[in-house]
Design a protein around this ligand. Structure first.
Ligand SMILES: [Fe+2]
Length: 190
């Protein structure tokens, strides 16, 4: 319900959160078959941007580029989301993924500038899927690009923005992910 509320506010169409949660699980299966681990990764991906509920409309929905002051406000969303979700019993690992979902492999992300293995696995996997979903979805200011364009971008950013091991999992699961992206699938049944 929380994820759908956020999608309804921020996105033209819903289902972004469900899609990225489902597609992140495709990568996560590569690293773990532990259902408790997978469940936390699913919830972390599903609720990654939930802290944006606290961002004012004038910033969240601004059509043009943000000012440095507005960016500073926008960059509070991982910590806000962490605070909310870490209050829920047994959601600690999901909350850590939410806190770290804007981090980058090379340490240039936020809020803490974590690098490499210091970033929770779920957040490293999610980062690839979020880029895939963003590039293959229509936005008000541009049309969706195809799967191959998104793949090229992910490969280009392997080792800087993205964990190379996570990119390897992405390549290994490519057939499934391509089908899911083409179908705009948000079910976990594939
Ligand atoms: Fe975010």
């Amino acid at each position: 319900m929380l994820a759908e509320l956020l999608d309804a506010r921020e996105r033209e169409t819903g289902l972004h959160s469900k899609r990225v949660a489902c597609h992140t699980l495709v990568l996560a299966r590569h690293f773990s078959r532990d259902l408790a681990v997978l469940r936390q990764i699913h919830f972390g991906a599903l609720l990654h941007d939930i802290g944006k509920i606290a961002i004012p409309d004038a910033i969240l929905l601004k059509p043009g580029p943000l000012t440095p002051e507005e960016w500073a406000v926008m960059r509070t969303h991982p910590e806000t989301g962490y605070r909310v979700v870490s209050e829920i019993p047994e959601m600690g690992a999901a909350a850590e993924i939410i806190l770290s979902h804007q981090e980058r492999h090379d340490g240039t992300g936020y809020p803490h500038g974590l690098a490499g293995g210091a970033i929770p696995l779920g957040a490293r996997l999610f980062a690839i899927i979020d880029t895939l979903d963003a590039m293959t979805s229509d936005r008000p200011y541009r049309k969706a690009r195809g799967y191959d364009a998104a793949k090229a971008e992910i490969l280009r950013l392997s080792g800087t923005q993205f964990d190379p091991h996570a990119v390897e999992a992405f390549l290994a699961e490519e057939t499934t992910l391509r089908q899911m992206v083409d179908l705009k699938c948000h079910e976990t049944s594939l």
